[in-house]
Design a protein around this ligand. Sequence first.
Ligand SMILES: Nc1ncnc2c1ncn2[C@@H]1O[C@H](COP(=O)(O)OP(=O)(O)OP(=O)(O)O)[C@@H](O)[C@H]1O
Ligand SMILES: [Mg+2]
Length: 329
Amino acid sequence: MAVRAESDGGGLASPMKVWDVITAGDVFVDLILGGFSAWPQPGEEVFATRFAREIGGGAAITGCGLARLEMRVSLLAIVGRDEEEWVRRRLMTYGVDTHLLIWHDEEPTAVTVSVSREDDRMLFTYMGANRAFPLWLAKESTWRELSAARHVHLACAPDPLVLIALSDFLHEQGTTLSLDVGWHPEWLRSSESRRALRALDLFFPNEREIFELTGERDPESALRALAKAGPAKIALKRGLAGAMLLWDGELLREGAYPAVPVDTTGAGDCFDAGFLYAWLLGASPERCLKIASICGALSTQRLGGVAAFPTREEIEEALRGNSTRGAEP
Ligand SMILES: Nc1ncnc2c1ncn2[C@@H]1O[C@H](COP(=O)(O)OP(=O)(O)OP(=O)(O)O)[C@@H](O)[C@H]1O
Ligand SMILES: [Mg+2]
């Protein structure tokens, strides 16, 4: 595998924890085309009226959101050498540290082309350099790098045995661990994966993912079934239906915060960022869920996953019920 890390990979974790959060896993270049009036037939061409090229993928979006909320964030991911300058610049714009990034000399950065109409969207994805990430996550030198954070958030489908070993290692170092696995049907259907979820401090599925994991078709039953077998703290994302939180047996519900969405790409990853920010500040489960929902909703107001992520002040305004952004396009 022709990849090279920028860091030495062997440094001992500081007991002081250099980072609040390291996000690790998938990074994409998102090409977002919008404003189509019709889908093309095979062989036809249609023209977008809106376009954005933005950094995407769960690890990048959650990292950018946390950095906007003034947390100290570093990103560990594998990116194509071809996009090095652009990726670095985008992340630095949002305040995310890039020294843990790994540059792949042969594979390009993963790409998603998102084509949206008002009523629906289509996604075309090439996984590129992200495919090398699971192997990288299995290395103990990577675990040592990750232990430099108070918290590690994974946005990928990790090998279940690696997840358990990593969790043990991080917990020994005083670092907590969360996961947003995303839509990986094979991973979600595996009983080994389900067992490994027990190793997490927090798990962030959406409805489709938790149904696939549990075989249930009702969100509350799915949460309860998963908690029995897996993690005790699960934040369940339900799009326009809002979110639910199962927290050590207690069930909380939160309606969707009002927003007129322009593009819902990455709303789930922004929800994760809001939740982790509040949790790391020691907020109550109710407040974590509220802040997460505000971040998810407000993030939909511009093209791309990160551009509309709110600031601390905007979150405070929304909590007071006088957001200037609430229901605006
Ligand atoms: N249109 C919307 N209006 C208001 N809030 C929304 C909207 N879409 C999403 N949200 C909020 O953001 C949260 C996360 O979104 P969603 O349920 O789409 O996550 P997801 O499926 O993990 O998304 P993705 O993986 O595409 O980022 C929801 O639980 C909800 O609180
Ligand atoms: Mg998601």
